[in-house]
Design a binder for this molecule. Structure first.
Ligand SMILES: Cc1cc2nc3c(=O)[nH]c(=O)nc-3n(C[C@H](O)[C@H](O)[C@H](O)COP(=O)(O)OP(=O)(O)OC[C@H]3O[C@@H](n4cnc5c(N)ncnc54)[C@H](O)[C@@H]3O)c2cc1C
Length: 457
């Protein structure tokens, strides 16, 4: 049996008051109706929803439950997908785009209701999300606000530059869109809650058991780990980017591109931070490759950004993120980074999740990208109700099928695309600054500061 890793040394792990339940590895044979592979939020939600309906479910995790992206993300919960709703609309038309957006909203509701039903409001860390412009684009924001309200029933508030400046002491930002329906959670605590719910509903959970083979045996499926095997009728593959690293199932691995993103958490700033950032929800900027951050623990800054498709984790990234913070909020001065970690997100080529049945009895729920907190909850419900009740809403995702992500060449192409986006972002800001220097800008906020439904990476 392989030894499970401890959860990554994140801020969330440091503030956990209880030890997470540890589960034994799979040793020998097990029989189940459904075998879910992957103990992130996609796997946990699917397993829980199936067990709740009386199904016999085994869940197999390679490391610890919540060890992947689910237990270490920025904690922003909001409607939408990693792909923009405009691109979704272009692909599937307005009616299906609306139906998909409504499903993404169902995911937000699921997380909220789970927390409320479990009486674990302590998991909620903040409310509202601001998507900040780094250049004047008021008209674009107004159009976005109108479109989201009329076509998607999503109410966003437009915040003027002055209102933004009253909350954030920086001159970096202009106007912003505020999403009042968004909220933030402690993702490791939420993952532990879902694990507890699974256990209570009768899911058999095994940790430290990487699956290395999934075989169609005619009457069902055979799922193999180093020391055990599960015989089952149906399999749900929920292994995300880490599944690619574990060589879990080639047809799906080939369609998922692992993309790393980085998070740091500062030392406590005390009053300095309260004077700098008064807003207590999620903050992100509207650049194609932007920053995302929030205040945690009252006076620490949790800050994420900088995606890369290169797997090596670089210590330099903590310094780069710190420099990003100091460019926007120089008044914070020098500070210590108490926690720095990275995590892998899984992306399909089209940046939409891969959800549905890919062979008889073989389901996937993967590739949620940087927008997985609502969409994993949605996918878990969709797949469980497809298996239990023949609900076919998952077919709305059929246009976003698994196509080859391009392997090594795909990773290089994605990295180049990220750098291209960074160059475009910087060029846009530079053009604006040049215009301002030539006297074309009339905006002068008292304090320095900064999309559709805002999100993290
Ligand atoms: C740093 C960071 C910040 C983010 N911020 C946000 C945010 O603020 N809001 C948001 O909505 N989304 C965010 N995301 C994205 C979100 O976290 C993910 O989309 C989501 O958690 C994916 O869940 P998952 O269950 O698909 O994958 P994971 O949580 O990665 O879980 C997959 C699990 O499968 C297991 N596994 C893999 N292979 C095997 C195998 N062969 N056998 C058994 N088990 C296996 C892994 O060990 C892992 O535990 C962020 C991601 C990162 C990395």
């Amino acid at each position: 049996m392989s030894i499970p890793h401890a959860h990554v040394a994140s801020y969330y792990r440091a503030i956990r008051s209880a030890d997470d339940t540890a589960f034994i590895g799979l040793d020998g044979r097990a029989h189940a109706e459904i075998c879910v592979i992957g103990g992130g939020l996609a796997g946990l939600t699917t397993a829980f929803e199936l067990a709740r309906q009386g199904r016999r479910v085994v869940l197999i995790e390679a490391d610890r439950i919540g060890w992947g992206a689910s237990g270490r993300n920025a904690g922003f919960v909001s409607c939408g997908f990693a792909e923009s709703i405009d691109a979704v609309e272009t692909r599937v038309g307005p009616a299906n785009a609306r139906a998909l957006f409504d499903l993404s909203r169902l995911g937000v509701q699921y997380v909220a209701e789970t927390i409320i039903a479990s009486d674990r409001r302590d998991i909620v860390a903040g409310r509202g999300a601001l998507s900040l412009s780094r250049r004047p684009e008021l008209k674009a924001l107004q159009q976005r606000q109108t479109k989201m309200a009329e076509n998607y029933g999503c109410k966003l508030d437009l915040w003027s530059r002055d209102k933004v400046a009253s909350m954030l002491a920086t001159s970096t930002y202009f106007d912003a869109l505020h999403d009042p329906s968004a909220f933030q959670i402690d993702p490791l605590a939420y993952t532990a809650l879902m694990s507890d719910r699974c256990r209570a509903a009768g899911v058999w959970i095994f940790e430290a058991s990487p699956v290395h083979r999934i075989a169609d045996v005619g009457a069902g499926w055979r799922v193999e780990t180093d020391r055990g095997v599960v015989h089952c009728e149906q399999v749900v593959l929920a292994t995300s980017a880490y599944g690619v690293l574990n060589h879990t199932y080639r047809p799906v691995d080939r369609a998922v591109l692992p993309v790393a993103t980085y998070v740091i958490t500062s030392e406590p700033f005390g009053e300095r931070l309260r004077e700098t950032i008064a807003f207590r929800g999620a903050l992100s900027d509207r650049r194609r490759a932007g920053d995302y951050y929030r205040v945690v623990g009252g006076d620490r800054l949790l800050w994420g950004g900088r995606i890369t498709t290169r797997r090596a984790e670089s210590g330099r990234l903590a310094d780069m993120l710190k420099a990003d913070i100091r460019r926007i909020y120089p008044q914070l001065g020098d500070f210590q980074v108490d926690f720095a970690w990275s995590g892998l997100m899984g992306y399909a080529r089209h940046k939409m999740p891969l959800i549905g049945m890919i062979r008889r009895g073989l389901w996937v729920a993967t590739a949620f990208g940087g927008h997985g907190l609502n969409t994993t909850a949605m996918a878990g419900q969709l797949i469980a109700s497809a298996i239990a009740d023949q609900d076919d809403r998952w077919r709305l995702f059929a246009p976003f099928e698994a196509t080859w992500g391009g392997g090594f060449a795909g990773r290089i192409a994605a990295q180049l695309e990220y750098w291209r986006m960074q160059v475009l972002d910087r060029a846009g800001e530079w053009r604006h600054r040049r215009g301002s220097a030539a006297g074309s800008s009339t905006v002068s906020p008292k304090r320095p500061v900064t999309s559709d439904a805002p999100t993290a990476p």
